[in-house]
Design a protein around this ligand. Structure first.
Ligand code: UD1
Length: 419
């Protein structure tokens, strides 16, 4: 029930490093279920999606140990194969656990997963892929009962390059007999990281990062230590924050190639970006121009940055056209941005943002994770105080977002409703 209060109008200056990527850590955590010895993942953020995923692993009998930001997962002994409904409803990534649980324990039970309400988010591609591996899945009373006793490799073509379905199938296939080939696979950096991680544990996978992934089944996977990739969406959000608030920041622990689609738009809008091997420096003089974006699978512009760029366009000069191709209802931040004075009209999956150069503080509500972060960014520039409720959704993907932004000079604080 927390709120974020932001006093707009302060430039951002300073240096900071981003953590490992939420979406990478979530997939790797699911993959830990396959390992018969402990795994350590470095530099993990303590965000609610990751904490919830660790709780599901504990419910399966796995052991979780945090040492500062390093997370050790010991799944050498597992005692259950059911993903608890309470967590599954909170976190869509619980779905990725189906593949590894089936791989390791042969049987799995799950409910239909939840997650941010940004579209219909069906799971047909996951189920189609798992069934193609000869895994029997019964859908009864809202539950999925999976039997992978006779799982074996197969050729699987995804109708759409779904990130989660690609990861789920990779993890189910890794301990299945024979060879699996996934075509039209997702090419996101998190998929390549998952391949690297599984191979370090003893898997035989090739091709991740391209649209064809080949998996040769192995008998078992060992433990390992691994540094997940940096969070490209957190880096992109902070870069956009500078574009909106002005100033100059240096972000460490980034892979510039992973954020190229974001960088190119910010540069086009007049931000200055200097990219080095694992860090990036961005500055903005506030004379930004609105940019057009169209979200599509990697390496195109990520849907997880659409809302933040919309906030950016709202305070820029000119008009930006935003086309959302991945999720059907991912414009829920629009009414709240409008409440702050933004001029945005939505026609289906297209939003037209006419830059107004000036926003005003208002009481707004975060309806989903990235939409919520967009409201925070808008608040950095708005005149007066912006008060944001629904902060729990922002906490799913940004660790103490207010502390990160305060360290850069923003005037932002978290209050509980009882304060
Ligand atoms: C992942 C990311 C999320 C990001 C998204 C797209 C994680 C934990 N989350 O989500 O942050 O926004 O990729 O880059 O990694 N679809 C189907 N059937 C399916 C599966 C998906 O129709 O079985 C559709 C979805 O409804 C959506 C599109 O495919 O319209 C993309 O979804 P997908 O790539 O699967 O996203 P997630 O893995 O859920």
């Amino acid at each position: 029930m927390d709120r974020l209060l932001i006093n707009g109008g302060h430039r951002l200056e300073g240096e900071l490093a981003v953590h490992s990527a939420k979406n990478c850590v979530l997939a790797l955590l699911a993959a830990c279920v396959l390992a018969t010895r402990p795994v350590t993942l470095f530099n993990c953020p303590k965000i609610t999606d990751i904490i919830n995923m660790t709780k599901i692993i504990e419910a399966l009998g796995g052991k979780i140990f945090w040492e500062k930001d390093d997370l050790t997962v010991d799944c050498s002994v597992l005692t259950g194969n059911e993903i608890p409904s309470s967590y599954a409803k909170e976190i869509r990534s619980s779905l990725f656990l189906m593949g590894p649980i089936i791989g390791r324990l042969k049987h799995a039970k799950a409910v239909f997963p939840g997650g941010c309400d940004i579209g219909i988010r069906p799971i047909d591609l996951h189920l189609k892929g798992l069934r193609a591996l000869n895994i029997d899945i019964e859908e009864t009373g809202g539950f999925l009962y999976c039997n992978g006793e006779n799982a074996r490799g197969n050729d699987i073509h995804l109708d759409f390059p779904s990130v989660g379905a690609t990861e789920n199938i990779m993890m189910a296939a890794v301990l299945a007999k024979g060879k699996t080939t996934i075509t039209n696979a997702a090419k996101e950096p998190e998929i390549a990281a998952l391949q690297k991680f599984l191979n370090k544990m003893g898997a035989k996978i090739a091709g991740a990062g391209s649209s064809t992934i080949v998996i040769e089944g192995v008998k078992k996977l060992d433990g390992c230590e691994f540094e997940p990739i940096p969070d490209r969406i957190v880096a992109g959000t902070l870069m956009t924050a500078v574009g909106i608030a002005g100033g100059e920041i240096e972000i460490e622990n980034v892979v510039p190639e992973h954020i190229a689609a974001i960088t190119s738009k910010l540069v086009k809008s007049s931000c200055k970006v200097r990219a080095f091997c694992d860090r990036i420096v961005i500055s903005s003089n506030l004379r930004t121009k609105a940019v057009d974006i169209e979200t599509s699978p990697y390496p195109a512009f990520p849907t997880d940055m659409q809302a933040q760029i919309m906030a950016f366009d709202a305070i820029s000069e000119g008009t930006g056209i935003i086309i959302e191709n991945i999720f059907e209802t991912r414009f829920k931040h629009v009414p709240d941005l409008r409440r702050m004075g933004a001029d945005i009209t939505v026609h289906g999956d297209v939003a037209v943002v006419r830059g107004v150069r000036k926003l005003y503080g208002a009481e707004v509500h975060a309806s989903d994770l990235r939409g919520g972060s967009a409201l925070v960014l808008a608040g950095l520039k708005a005149e007066g105080v912006t008060s944001i409720s629904g902060v729990g959704l922002i906490d799913r993907g940004y660790e103490s977002f207010e502390k990160t932004l305060s360290s850069l000079g923003a005037k932002i604080q978290r209050i509980s409703v009882n304060d």
